[in-house]
Design a binder for this molecule. Structure first.
Ligand SMILES: Cc1ncc(COP(=O)(O)O)c(C=O)c1O
Length: 373
């Protein structure tokens, strides 16, 4: 049997990793500014994280959500404390897409309505509802396209109000910073405007922080830059540093009803051991502050060049938009300079480094980019 061939692969076999470094099976060392697509938050193979998972595996690996699991309550308490949302509730699942599914489902149960507003260039995942909320027709099958979703332009409050005023909208869903759509930061006042409008028209506000959350932008959640409090916040990626895990934070105004949400694997012991270690390490090692400082250093020092159109983003979520296709530049970065980067569209190099990136490591990238340009 062969693998179903849906991924474009670099010809490279990572074999081990530590912090922001990765080594391939030939012993070559790479600097990781991609973090396995924004997943590595505390750095690869952090000793406390590894010990927590090994220790848990020796005790109990899995039981269902029909028994008390104190690791789940501990995680809820710690995320509440570290994120600034102690009064919210936590529901645990397995991925970013599943978190968004649960968020829109909960909003729809709550409001009794079925239409959602999402934004142009959004990405919310590949499961049925999440992909329907994603503005990319190439990944939406006819089966997924039947959900009631209206796309508005990012930053267009008037368009959102026109849709909300119809009265059938359950929720507005927006990324804290658009990731796959090209590191688009909502313009100042836009999230505040969404908060006011959703309150006025009785719709929920869902912040997809799957990529922009968990410290990546130099605040625990990207929307905290705008001083708003959404009704539901969705999480994934960095929450367990690569162990599959997702979750949603839910405002106290939602009422839990037995059975309304559920999952077999969500909140399992191993994911909880990983996620508890991650939140403690983020807190103890002040990784959110580090993401901000090193991110600012990158933003200030990425060289200007006629080949670069714009540099934008926050913390460890930075897009360098070129005036050209970046595939050959990324290959040079990877195979000659030994630096992993991400991409968004054809012209943007996307940096999604672990939150523990050091100034020296950032300088390695800046110097490599200067050389190439
Ligand atoms: C903003 C956003 N939401 C949701 C997802 C989907 O997450 P997952 O691939 O874990 O389902 C992603 C993944 O890239 C994302 O960037």
């Amino acid at each position: 049997m062969e693998l179903f061939d849906v991924y474009s692969l670099f010809d490279l076999v990572p074999e081990k990793a530590r912090g922001c470094k990765v080594w391939d099976n030939k012993g070559n060392e790479y600097l990781d500014l991609y973090g396995g697509h924004a997943v590595i938050s505390i750095g690869h193979t952090h000793p406390r994280y590894v010990a927590a998972l090994k220790d848990q595996l020796d005790k109990i690996g899995f039981y269902s959500n029909s028994v008390v699991n104190p690791l789940q309550s501990r995680l809820a308490k710690r995320i509440g404390e570290v994120s600034g949302y102690p009064e919210y509730f936590l529901f645990l699942d397995n991925s970013g897409a599943e978190s968004n599914e649960n968020a829109v489902k909960l909003a729809s149960f709550h409001t009794g309505k079925d239409r959602m507003i999402a934004f142009r260039k959004s990405f919310h995942g590949r499961t049925s509802g999440a992909v329907a909320l994603t503005d990319n027709p190439r990944i939406v099958s006819p089966f997924n396209a039947n959900h009631k979703v209206t796309f508005c332009e990012l930053n267009d409050l008037e368009a959102v109000e026109r849709e909300l005023s119809v009265g059938d909208v359950s929720a507005v869903i927006i990324e804290g910073i658009q990731g796959c759509g090209g590191i688009n930061v909502p313009s100042e006042g836009f999230l505040k405007g969404l908060r006011e409008l959703t309150e006025r028209y009785g719709a929920c506000l869902i912040l997809d922080e799957v990529q922009s959350g968990y410290g990546r932008t130099g605040r625990f959640f990207a929307h905290q830059w705008d001083g708003i409090r959404p009704d539901i916040i969705t999480m994934g990626k960095g929450i367990a540093n690569g162990f599959p895990c997702g979750g949603i934070l839910i405002s106290p105004r939602f009422k839990a009803v037995k059975g309304m949400l559920g999952t077999t694997f969500g909140g399992n012991y191993l994911a909880m051991a990983a996620a508890n270690a991650v939140i403690d390490i983020i807190d103890d090692e002040k990784l959110v502050d580090n993401a901000l400082n090193v991110g600012n250093h990158l933003l200030e020092n990425i060289p200007s060049s006629p080949r670069i159109k714009e540099v934008r983003g926050r913390g460890m979520m930075i897009g360098i938009e070129f005036n050209e296709d970046v595939s050959s530049l990324r290959r040079t970065l990877l195979f000659e300079k030994h630096i992993f980067t991400g991409v968004a569209g054809s012209n943007m190099v996307r940096l999604l480094a672990p939150l523990c990136l050091s100034i020296e490591e950032a300088d390695t990238f800046i110097n490599a980019l200067k050389d190439i340009l």
